[in-house]
Design a protein around this ligand. Structure first.
Ligand code: CAA
Length: 397
């Protein structure tokens, strides 16, 4: 046997970590395609533009070869017996018949058109996502009304956007006149009545169905007829929000990704009630704001979270088994080419948010392998939520 150098051992370990975490994610993407939940193009776009991955999962399988991925999963399944590691039927078929899985680039469809004119956008909420969404629309030339409960929080949204625009100026990507124009399009209000004239309202408040339902009941009372009412929820049933209003045809999901000004994806979620021209208008607006829209049904996790969070949860389990988490982060960036390691990303998203999403996926899909990892639960119980508390899986100054 040839002795391995330290470098070769390290590379082998990285490859193993990456394969352990990435192969089940690839399998899961094939299952999503085979179930008809989303198109191949949308699955690949979702992971590229929502998480900054260099390639979508189906494209990765095509490059590696379906048979290679199938064989790796089959070997793993033989060890674990976990259904999540059992090669998807469609992967077996692709391997046997030499088929490719990825779709083409969009382009075979006519570009979506704005079917309802939108000039003024209302955003409800003052958190990270709300603030990012305000910036996205204001930068794209829309007048934005931000509604929050406290004026200090509304002021903080505007200050945060001003700071972001100043960073862009410092980098030579923007100028003072643009900054003033963007800020000049933003107005704030503590009363929801300010949304009466909005053509589109995007809700980005607490992930709590009762709180969101109360808001949608109020939006139904306040907003003008024909206004599009969008939620940014990542885990609540949108149909339930639609049906508290008298205009379920106007209710839709617009799921943005963190950080919203940077990540290009919006998952556009329709319910069985959503009007086609509302879906088309929202997709056209996404294009006008430089975003890539994908179509999703009203199901927990949509495309990205359903594929991303089980992988993050698996990373926590791998660390529980004794693998150093810094080594896991490094292996994923180095081998899979993802922009952040799983623990870095968990700390950005927040362990509380991640746990809630994972619990929701576990409930919806009933996969035993989706059970939230004990350490994720412990981190949340200990208040170690990630960057926002200064400590999560990593510690921040
Ligand atoms: N707001 C505005 N701009 C920001 C920003 C923020 N919060 N963070 C970074 N940027 C900008 C920077 O200013 C920089 O802009 P320029 O290119 O114009 O200079 C650009 O983004 C790149 O930033 P950096 O060079 O500082 O950092 P980076 O190259 O490491 O990229 C990143 C940062 C884009 C966030 C990258 O690490 C990445 O793609 N990470 C993956 C994030 C991810 O997976 N998000 C999805 C999470 S899941 C979710 O959001 C859904 C849910 O329901 C929870």
């Amino acid at each position: 046997m040839t002795a391995l150098t330290n470098d070769q051992t390290a590379t082998g370990a990285e490859e193993q970590i990456s394969a352990t975490l990435v192969n089940p994610y690839l399998n899961h993407a094939v299952r999503m395609l085979e179930a008809g939940y989303a198109t191949a193009t949308d699955i690949d776009h979702a992971m590229r533009f929502g998480c900054g991955y260099p390639k979508g999962p189906l494209m990765v399988i095509d490059e590696l070869g379906a048979a290679t991925v199938r064989d790796a999963l089959a070997a793993r399944f033989a060890e674990t017996g976990d259904h999540l590691h059992q090669p998807a039927d469609l992967l077996e078929k692709a391997a046997a018949e030499g088929l490719t899985l990825a779709g083409g680039e969009a382009g075979d469809h006519a570009a979506p058109q704005v079917r309802r004119p939108v000039a003024t956008v209302g955003v409800v909420g003052t958190g990270t996502m709300a603030s990012g969404i305000v910036q996205v629309f204001a930068q794209s030339g829309y007048d934005v009304v931000v509604v929050g409960r406290a004026q200090e929080k509304l002021d903080a949204v505007v200050t945060g956007i001003a700071r972001s625009l100043e960073r862009a100026i410092a980098k030579g990507r923007s100028d003072e006149a643009t900054k003033q124009a963007v800020l000049g399009r933003i107005t704030t209000a503590t009363g929801r009545e300010a949304l009466a004239a909005a053509d589109l309202v995007v809700e980005a408040i607490a992930e709590d169905l009762a709180i969101k339902a109360e808001l949608f009941t109020d939006l139904d009372r306040i907003c003008k007829p024909g206004a599009i009412l969008a939620t940014t929820t990542s885990s609540m049933p949108i149909t339930e929000l639609a049906t508290v209003t008298g205009r379920p045809q106007d209710v839709i999901g617009m799921h943005f990704f963190n950080p919203a000004p940077v990540m290009k994806l919006v998952e556009v979620v329709t319910t069985e009630h959503t009007a086609d021209h509302v879906d088309e208008t929202v997709k056209a607006l996404c294009a006008k704001t430089g975003k890539v829209a994908v179509s999703c049904g009203d199901r927990s996790g949509f495309i990205v979270n359903a594929l991303l969070f089980p992988y993050l949860n698996d990373a926590v389990r791998l660390a529980e088994s004794g693998v150093d988490l810094t080594a896991i982060d490094a292996a994923i960036k180095e081998r899979a080419g993802f922009p952040m390691g799983p623990f870095e990303l968990l700390d950005v998203v927040g362990n509380d948010v991640s746990l809630a999403i994972q619990q929701e996926l576990h409930r919806e899909f009933g996969e035993p392998g989706f059970k939230p990892a004990a350490t994720l639960e412990a981190k949340v119980a200990a208040g170690e939520l990630g960057r926002k508390t200064g400590r999560g899986f990593h510690t921040y100054a």
